[in-house]
Ligand binder design. Structure first.
Ligand code: PRP
Length: 194
């Protein structure tokens, strides 16, 4: 059963793929793994906007809820785009807003909502890697492994999603649907009418 949909999204959601509770459970598991690896160490989360807006916030709070975690946790955001308003990647990643906190000498964990062809994460790991972080890892909530163009390391992986265009929990179609609390597949008519 599809969870409650706000009036503006009525009739646009085909099915729910992961509910809010499943997403929260997965983030809790990711937080467990991260806490184990960064115990008593300072950690900087860098969320990749816009999609990772919610996962970064929820992951940061899930980490804070666990004992014996990082000694300090700071949150930063970087904004890149490769999809624009299209449902397929242009293949060209553009840096729209850089991170503001220092990276050199810090334990940096990139937080992504989804990895698909891998180009965004490859670009970001190269960009931040040049700034000499103490450590650089990636955490991705939704893994779509079917169309990978580049092999990029992802140390923390949440849920595997089917080979479909998905929205919600940060992911958009033409800037809409990001605020759905669950991951969903859209009705095909949305694309033909959009
Ligand atoms: C989405 C998503 C990831 C990226 C993953 O961002 O948030 O950053 O695509 O795709 P890839 O592995 O195929 O590179 P998008 O460019 O759509 O921008 P957005 O986060 O602002 O929606």
């Amino acid at each position: 059963m599809i969870a409650r949909v706000a009036a503006t999204y009525e009739g646009t959601i085909a099915r729910e793929i992961f509910g809010a509770q499943e997403i929260a459970t997965s983030i809790g598991r990711l937080a467990d793994e991260i806490v184990r690896d960064y115990r008593n160490m300072p950690l900087t989360l860098i969320g990749v906007l816009k999609g990772a807006l919610f996962v970064t916030a929820d992951l940061a709070r899930a980490i804070a809820a666990l004992p014996d975690g990082p000694s300090e946790l700071s949150i930063d955001y970087i904004c890149v785009s490769s999809y624009g308003n299209a449902s397929r990647s242009s293949g060209e990643v553009r840096l729209l807003k850089d991170a503001t906190e220092p990276v050199a000498g810090h334990n940096v964990l990139l937080v992504e909502d989804i990895i698909d062809n891998g180009l965004t994460l490859e670009y970001l790991r190269a960009l931040l890697g040049e700034r000499n972080p103490a450590t650089l890892r990636s955490c991705v909530l939704f893994d779509k492994p079917f169309r990978r163009l580049v092999q990029v390391p992802v140390e923390y992986v949440g849920l595997q999603v089917p080979d479909e265009f998905v929205v919600g929990y940060g992911l958009d179609y033409q800037e809409l649907f990001r605020n759905l609390p669950y991951l969903a597949q859209l009705q095909p008519e949305v694309f033909t009418n959009g």
